[in-house]
Design a binder for this molecule. Sequence first.
Ligand code: ZN
Length: 169
Amino acid sequence: MGADRSGRTVVSGAPSRLIADAMLGKLARWLRTLGYDCAFEPGIADDDILKRAVDEGRVILTRDTLLIQRRAARGRTIFIESDSVSCQLKQLSRLFGINAEGFLTRCLRCNVPLEQLDKEAARGKVPPYVFATQDRFSMCTRCSRIYWGGTHKVRMIEAIERMLKGGGG
Ligand SMILES: [Zn+2]
């Protein structure tokens, strides 16, 4: 990441850490679903976004034209062009090639990486049908939410692929 002469952010490869502004909660959730580290706090003020971006080395995703003009935002901001989350994902895909390699490796609620959970440890903590039909579980170390794959995972990946490939957006 850097800035070109007009102050526009130049992206080379996917930024490892992102922060979404208060308008981009849906996008942040999809990015987390795909395994990207994307901070998001509902109602966060611009000053706090800038502070976290600088302190934590995050690239800012924003729809806010005032925010991108702030000096501290220079070279660390991607202006999101559309209100539609599928268009937003497509824009990021054009910029740094979004993929689903890290699908469901991060807690959607806490934005922290999940850890593998032994099947036995999931017993009694997930619905019996899920326990009987799934073999791979992972858990958030912060909120203890348990995740698993299955048909849910297939459907979500299909939805993501439709969003990234669909025409018009
Ligand atoms: Zn969590």
